[in-house]
Design a protein around this ligand. Structure first.
Ligand SMILES: C[S@@+](CC[C@H](N)C(=O)[O-])C[C@H]1O[C@@H](n2cnc3c(N)ncnc32)[C@H](O)[C@@H]1O
Length: 284
């Protein structure tokens, strides 16, 4: 289906206003390929009809479906490996020592997609830190897309998805086969709270967090939006907490309150002011 400039502009503005995702003019093919299935599902003739329908209705289900279709949900278990290695070997032991009296840890995945990231964290905690069994451990997993969150909550993954990054031993330990698919154990699902949260709106009811995974989402936003979100992350993070971004993302030139620290083969971010007061302070 071909897309007119005005229809593209309508979609681009809608998506930018509601999700902050920036669609460059070179992305018309993407709009075309992502909206064509919606056109068919709604029995419309063209993307132009879809846009006309959205223009004529108040913001609702169709608009939401279009916005969600324009999000990129690419993810995998243990994506990039090294952040999870640093989380397991350095960060969790350090935070367990720091939180020994309160016995509570809160981890937030701020754009969790279909759930591979929070399930990876849950598996690591369960396998490597049995002593956390009598702590209050909260893994909060949020995303803009309700459709993808439903998938994440169900915790059912295809063979292809479990083949990408999930060690065989973990597959056996935490999943059961269901026909051609794999179901995550109830124990893991119970460790995670899935919730809808649009990063560009208010974040009501969010707890203070020890570790934030906000990976591969800022990349879709413009600079003012990235700055706003990082400022909000900063408010939520405990002073000695950690922030992970995606490999192509950084706080540099966006928010000076963060500093990059190197942990073995991965970089992550901490709050600068708090770090300067820590013994043995050193940055990457
Ligand atoms: C590429 S995935 C990243 C998944 C995972 N963090 C990872 O690194 O594998 C990006 C996710 O960001 C979500 N997203 C996009 N815009 C968002 C927004 N404004 N608020 C919350 N989530 C958003 C999308 O729905 C999508 O699931």
């Amino acid at each position: 289906m071909s897309l007119s400039e005005t229809d593209f502009d309508y979609v681009r503005t809608l998506v930018k206003e509601r999700s902050a995702i920036v669609l460059e003019p070179s992305k018309t093919y993407l709009v075309d390929s992502r909206l064509t299935p919606i056109v068919r599902k709604l029995n419309l003739g063209s993307i132009s009809d879809l846009v006309a329908r959205m223009r004529s209705e108040r913001f609702g289900e169709v608009h939401r479906t279009v916005i969600e279709a324009m999000t990129t949900n690419e993810t995998s278990f243990f994506r990039d490996v090294h952040p999870f290695e640093a989380f397991r070997t350095k960060i969790v032991p350090e935070l367990m020592a720091a939180r020994a009296s309160e016995r509570a840890l809160t981890i937030w995945c701020g754009a969790c997609s279909s759930g591979q990231e929070p399930y990876t964290i849950a598996m690591l905690l369960r396998d490597s830190f049995p002593e956390l069994g009598n702590w209050r451990v909260q893994i909060l997993a949020t995303d803009l897309s309700t459709e993808i969150l439903d998938r994440a909550k169900r915790g059912v993954f295809s063979q292809l998805e479990v083949n990408r990054g999930l060690p065989a031993a973990m597959l056996v330990r935490h999943f059961t086969r269901q026909g051609l698919e794999w179901q995550v154990s109830e124990a893991l699902r119970n460790m995670i709270t899935f919730r809808e949260l649009n990063l560009i709106e208010a974040w009501p009811g969010m707890p203070r967090v020890d570790v934030v995974f906000m990976r591969n989402v800022l990349i879709y936003f413009d600079i003012p939006t990235k700055k706003d979100i990082l400022a909000k992350v900063r408010q939520l993070m405990r002073p000695d907490g950690y922030l992970f971004l995606g490999g192509a993302e950084t706080t540099m030139n966006l928010d000076d309150a963060f500093e990059r620290v190197q942990l073995d083969k991965t970089g992550c971010y901490r709050l600068r002011e708090a770090a300067e007061r820590r013994p043995g302070y050193a940055t990457a």
